[in-house]
Design a binder for this molecule. Structure first.
Ligand SMILES: Cc1ncc(COP(=O)(O)O)c(C=O)c1O
Length: 415
């Protein structure tokens, strides 16, 4: 692709995101939420979560999706997905506790390292699927109920992912086979393999290769060890577009779908997407609290930053788009100038974006960042005593009740 074509595609992508943000900011629900909560505030559209789940299901109908709760542990999201029949992937007892009305069979625990007490509590709560990647973890399951099944986590390094999730966990095929033998000797059931190709990985071929290699290993285990594995968990990692377009769910499915479909008859296929399920369902609204002219130009200080909802910039190196409200309705950027956008804390590293092309802004001006649903508030801190950014639920509630959903205690009956 030529540079000009790439630039045109980036501009078209940015325009589409700007139009999306403009349309949300025009809505009564968004205006009411901002009036009620002030800024910073995250505007959550649970109907977009529902639509995204349906889209994933339509693209990969033979995959049993389990939302990775860690991406956005919000009850509006969990309730919506539970209503749709989605499963859940938890990493801790705290995440499990958020799902107390969800049938246990729809929950899997995928953290490869757990305290024995946490395993016992999850088993008591009815969870039956767990992940291990070493013998010490395997030993924690000696004596577990016979319907408990383990998945062995495989490692597939992905240096191009935003977060390579095989640098900390996972084993290669030799060790995986050894674990299966060790489990058989201890009377523990290994049901299959799981892996995570890396978060925000815009590389369908890498997904397909990991699936193909894992399926080949399942066949090898059957042939060489006589152990019949029937679960293939392809993890998460599906990318979403932050500051430029990525391969769509449908494009990814076109590559991995045929590989999976070939084995859908004899394998239970699970997936644990987090980011792809929720990222585009939430938009951040911040405001300018300070303006300064420094040696390197104009600085705008916002009321949210890297220690708050923009924690994704810090922990994941993603770059959400940031639009000033006053540029939402007009694409003309001729009067824009380069500026630094900083967060509100006293830490010098709390800088959200450098060389951001912005219109002239004043204290009180609003800014918006779309696609702020995944790994934002969940990884935020209370540094400098600042509260974690409020989430206001926009849809499925009357405007007057915007925000109230957050305070509703439990999930509706979901069985
Ligand atoms: C075990 C596991 N499953 C699923 C996910 C979700 O990944 P993503 O948000 O990239 O889809 C993660 C992310 O850290 C993970 O560690």
């Amino acid at each position: 692709m030529s540079i000009a074509t790439t630039r045109r595609a980036e501009e078209a992508f940015r325009d589409a995101r700007r139009e999306e943000a403009a349309s949300l900011m025009r809505s009564d629900a968004a205006r009411a939420a901002i009036a009620l909560h002030g800024t910073p505030v995250l505007l959550l559209q649970t109907e977009r979560v529902r639509a995204q789940y349906r889209r994933l299901r339509a693209a990969l109908p033979f995959v049993d999706f389990h939302f990775a709760v860690k991406a956005l542990a919000h009850e509006g999201v969990l309730e919506t997905l539970a209503e749709e029949g989605c499963g859940f992937d938890v990493a801790t007892g705290e995440e499990l506790a958020l799902l107390d009305r969800v049938p246990r069979g729809r929950i899997i625990h995928t953290h490869p390292i757990k305290k024995p007490a946490e395993i016992a509590e999850a088993i008591d709560a009815g969870v039956r699927t767990f992940v291990i990647d070493n013998e010490i973890e395997l030993a924690k399951f000696i004596g577990a109920p016979s319907d408990v099944r383990l998945l062995v986590r495989l490692a597939y390094r992905s240096p191009h992912a935003k977060s390579d999730l095989s640098s900390k966990f996972g084993v290669g095929p030799f060790e995986a086979m050894h674990l299966i033998v060790a489990a058989r000797e201890r009377g523990i059931r290994v049901a299959g393999f799981s892996f995570h190709v890396g978060s925000q990985l815009d590389d369908p071929a890498r997904f397909a290769a990991a699936i193909t290699e894992t399926v080949a290993l399942i066949d090898r285990v059957r042939a060489e060890l006589g152990v019949h594995l029937d679960v293939l968990d392809i993890g998460g990692g599906f990318p979403i577009a932050y500051d430029s377009a990525v391969r769509s769910i449908e494009e990814l499915a076109a590559v991995i779908g045929p590989v999976l479909a070939a084995r859908a008859g004899d394998l239970e296929i699970l997936a644990e997407p987090g980011r792809a399920m929720v990222a585009e369902s939430m938009m951040l609204v911040t405001s300018v609290v300070g303006v300064a002219e420094r040696d390197d130009g104009r600085w705008y200080y916002l009321d949210d930053g890297l220690y708050g909802a923009y924690s994704n910039v810090l922990t994941e190196d993603v770059h959400p788009l940031i639009f000033a409200e006053r540029e939402l309705e007009a694409a003309d950027t001729s009067a824009h100038r380069w500026a630094t956008l900083a967060g509100p804390t006293c830490d010098s590293s709390d800088v959200i974006a450098r060389e951001a092309l912005m219109p002239e802004l004043e204290v009180g001006d609003l800014l918006v960042s779309p696609a702020m649903g995944a790994y934002t508030v969940v990884t935020a801190s209370r540094f400098n005593g600042r509260p974690v950014t409020t989430i206001a639920v926009l849809d499925a509630v009357e405007v007057a009740r915007v925000g109230a959903v957050e305070r509703e205690p439990a999930l509706a009956a979901l069985a």
